[in-house]
Design a protein around this ligand. Sequence first.
Ligand SMILES: *[C@@H]1O[C@H](CO)[C@@H](O)[C@H](O)[C@H]1NC(C)=O
Ligand SMILES: *[C@@H]1O[C@H](CO)[C@@H](O)[C@H](O)[C@H]1NC(C)=O
Ligand SMILES: *[C@@H]1O[C@H](CO)[C@@H](O)[C@H](O)[C@H]1NC(C)=O
Ligand SMILES: *[C@@H]1O[C@H](CO)[C@@H](O)[C@H](O)[C@H]1NC(C)=O
Ligand SMILES: *[C@@H]1O[C@H](CO)[C@@H](O)[C@H](O)[C@H]1NC(C)=O
Ligand SMILES: *[C@@H]1O[C@H](CO)[C@@H](O)[C@H](O)[C@H]1NC(C)=O
Length: 328
Amino acid sequence: MRFFLLAVGLLAGFFIVHGQNYVNVPLKSNITQVNPMLGLVFWDDNYFTPYTAYSLEYLYLPVNNLVIGRINGTLQYNWTYLENRLNNIANRGHQAIFRPYYEYPGDPTAVPAFLKNISGYKGQVYSGEEFMDWRSADLRILHLDMHTQFALRYDSDPRVFCVQTGFGFWSEYHISGGPNLQLGYNFPSGEFQLEAITLITSLFKNTPVLYSIDIADIYDNWCPVFQNISNLPFGSFDDSSFANDTQDWNDGNKQRLGWWTRYQNQPLGGEIAYEDNVQQHALDMNGPEGVPLPTYVANYHYTFLIANDQTTYQYNGPLTQVQRIQQV
Ligand SMILES: *[C@@H]1O[C@H](CO)[C@@H](O)[C@H](O)[C@H]1NC(C)=O
Ligand SMILES: *[C@@H]1O[C@H](CO)[C@@H](O)[C@H](O)[C@H]1NC(C)=O
Ligand SMILES: *[C@@H]1O[C@H](CO)[C@@H](O)[C@H](O)[C@H]1NC(C)=O
Ligand SMILES: *[C@@H]1O[C@H](CO)[C@@H](O)[C@H](O)[C@H]1NC(C)=O
Ligand SMILES: *[C@@H]1O[C@H](CO)[C@@H](O)[C@H](O)[C@H]1NC(C)=O
Ligand SMILES: *[C@@H]1O[C@H](CO)[C@@H](O)[C@H](O)[C@H]1NC(C)=O
């Protein structure tokens, strides 16, 4: 499988991925050392040289930059924004991780203006911020159609390593700190979640789809159909990775996701947490909180970790930070 080759490449550093000229290479089974450093991911607006220091770039896709209208019932897409970014990433010899989202705290929802304008659509306002209105059948149709278009265009596209998707803040599958959960209103109903995840995971046959670990949060119940979807073929991501504070809670979700076997078939990723000094000291020889990054990555079988600010820090060793980032 394509992603698995990449994952092994990330860990062993024995080939360079060229996004536009992707070739399958035979696996070398003799991997004797973990190399997570090429699995560090930078946002595509923060790229740096040498490009060989990393393999993956990340971008957020606000849904209203893509879906721009509806004519006679057919949704209208503008692919330019996403295509330009994927091409730029591929031109640097990298693959993309992209994540469509509707909700980004502090911003208006990225629901397209034409859809917000449809009679009856009215998101709940909480603390001055508008949340989603999943009562809207138009919105639900858009969600399914958009992911169908993604699969048609990007499943097996060598520019794309994986798609992260979901609902809620940053598509991280929660609205923590927002209004009380109202399934079917400010968050999709369980029935619709089941329909969407079943469809999306069936459409992507080669390019992996990843859902946040919050999908397995049984306490807040964001996904009341978790039992029904947990065996579907999706990878996962933890955007508060590597912090001791949240590790126990995250581990519970990971346990329910079958994280320690899921990695055999799907990529598992995340972002190094912006908590305490975890980002600042992530590459220190002994890690930020007593565990070195390579040990942590090996324990959790991570394929990649978003680490966007790493070039602005200096780890506590003799190499430059970029040398450390690309260190094999
Ligand atoms: C695996 O790699 C190690 C270290 O490079 C080497 O000593 C060993 O002979 C290799 N084993 C095989 C089966 O290639
Ligand atoms: C929409 O459908 C109507 C009726 O079929 C047709 O007359 C009209 O040209 C269509 N409009 C567009 C923009 O396709
Ligand atoms: C499509 O998106 C591009 C890039 O964001 C923008 O420049 C262009 O005006 C858009 N086209 C339409 C028809 O909205
Ligand atoms: C909103 O609806 C009005 C009335 O139907 C229409 O004139 C306007 O173009 C719509 N705006 C958008 C962004 O769809
Ligand atoms: C989800 O799975 C449970 C237990 O297997 C079952 O009782 C329930 O009907 C399923 N829900 C849906 C919506 O399929
Ligand atoms: C973080 O956890 C590791 C083991 O999981 C432990 O060795 C270390 O002391 C902890 N660090 C802090 C600062 O709590």
